[in-house]
Design a protein around this ligand. Structure first.
Ligand code: HGY
Ligand code: MN
Ligand code: MN
Ligand code: MN
Length: 420
């Protein structure tokens, strides 16, 4: 009989008082991408599953009550003596990464939440409200294409049938992958009972720009999240042989795609403060000696005003039609996800500033689960300095002393919010 593969040994907890740097060191070899550098930890991959096992073990060891819900969100509860789960203070982040991503985007917030619990317990802190650490699946949308998939399912923002049928690049559906990870796909979807247990959510995250370098501070309080969306552009032409097809006889979608990508930058430059990125482009079938029949490319567009994002995408789509037609090709643009610009809850932001008087206020250009939850409950973010100012790259960095400063800031924030 097949013996089940032994579960991955969870590395021994670092001796001494746990630190964020120590916890991150424990997982620093999980999901390393030997070809692209950095980390590739797609949701429910072996790597991200190993991180889930690591988190569940570390949270359980701290006496938290841990379970994974049907949406793949891991909840770790520090209950009050009364044991009633309502008006909870929630914190947490994600463990999945972009391809070739950094060590901190996501895991920093998860590890800091564990250390914040250690710091509060070391103070003999007794929370008057329950605390929940939440680990959201597919925040990056790197495997199934929709960012913040877990929090969008939790809040009912994403239709569960659409989610169940999402396919990863290998054709696996989210339902199959979630089932293989132990979730019952029939129960994927809005979880208002879980939402009603939460009073607020504070996410700690590595800063993904230069703000804290320029402000020369280790920690900032978040003010807003830039509106952003993702569109897929499929440019169809005529696949053919690279050797037997004369240049004048071609309808090559790769030529149209090349012009479209340059055109996207030119169009974005016309809108102050707009950002438009093509980070993923896939010729089909993708042979060296094959003229592609189709080229799929994905466009990430962001702007503080949602109406400008819409206008920018409209212009990009029209330009793509024209450029495709010039090459005898056609272009089809479909929206994959769209998140409006989010202003964090004023009251919660002000409260965090009272609790962290030295921390400046900073906007972020990156999307987060806190942005999705913001439509349903008061949310806030804390950012920790990244001395390279680079993210979604192996060059993302947090100095150990700033990582500990972030966990202390989170602990002080949670203490103030939990009313111990
Ligand atoms: O893409 C983003 O802004 C985030 O890192 N998911
Ligand atoms: Mn990210
Ligand atoms: Mn992130
Ligand atoms: Mn996030």
């Amino acid at each position: 009989p097949q013996t089940a593969p032994a579960p991955p040994a969870v590395p021994a907890e670092t001796a001494g008082a746990p630190t964020v740097a120590g916890l991150l060191k424990e997982i620093s070899d999980v999901g390393r991408d030997r070809t692209r550098g950095g980390y590739s930890r797609p949701v429910f991959s072996t790597a991200e599953t190993d991180l889930r096992i690591w988190f569940i073990e570390r949270a359980t060891r701290r006496g938290l009550d841990v379970h994974t819900d049907a949406n793949g969100i891991i909840w770790a509860w520090w209950d009050t003596a009364a044991g009633v789960r309502k008006d909870a203070v929630a914190t947490g982040s994600h463990l999945d990464s972009v391809p070739g991503g950094g060590e901190y985007d996501g895991p920093l917030g998860v590890a800091s939440a564990l250390v914040a619990v250690d710091l509060l317990k070391a103070r003999n802190f007794r929370p008057r409200r329950p605390l929940a650490i939440a680990v959201f699946p597919e925040e990056e949308g790197s495997r199934f294409g929709i960012a913040c998939l877990g929090s969008r399912l939790l809040t009912g923002e994403l239709d569960p049938n659409k989610a169940r049928n999402l396919r990863d690049p290998d054709g696996n559906t989210y339902a199959d992958v979630a089932a293989a990870n132990g979730q019952d796909p029939r129960f994927i979807g809005a979880d208002y009972k879980a939402l009603q247990q939460l009073g607020l959510f504070v996410e700690l995250h590595v800063e993904q720009g230069r703000g804290l370098i320029d402000l020369d501070q280790p920690v900032a309080v978040g003010s807003s999240i830039l509106g952003h969306g993702r569109w897929k552009l499929a440019i169809s032409g005529e696949g053919n042989h690279a050797g037997t097809t004369l240049m004048q006889d071609r309808r090559d979608p790769m030529i149209a795609a090349a012009k479209v990508v340059v055109g996207i930058r030119e169009t974005a430059r016309k809108y102050r403060d707009a950002r438009a990125t093509v980070g993923r482009l896939q010729p089909v079938p993708g042979g060296t000696n094959v003229i592609a029949s189709r080229v799929d490319l994905w466009i990430d567009v962001r702007h503080p005003e949602d109406s400008v994002t819409a206008a920018l995408v409209e212009a990009i789509g029209l330009n793509a039609q024209v450029l495709a037609a010039e090459e005898g090709c056609s272009a089809a643009l479909t929206r994959e996800s769209l998140s409006p610009t989010v202003q964090f809850d004023d009251g919660l932001r002000d409260r965090l500033q009272q609790l962290l008087p030295a921390a400046p206020v900073l906007a972020t250009g990156a999307g987060h689960d806190a942005g999705v939850l913001a439509a349903h409950l008061p949310t806030a973010m804390l950012f920790v300095r990244n001395p390279t100012g680079i993210s979604h790259s192996p060059d993302e960095l947090v100095e150990d002393r700033d990582a500990e400063a972030g966990a202390l800031a989170l602990a002080d924030s949670l203490a103030g919010l939990l009313g111990g």
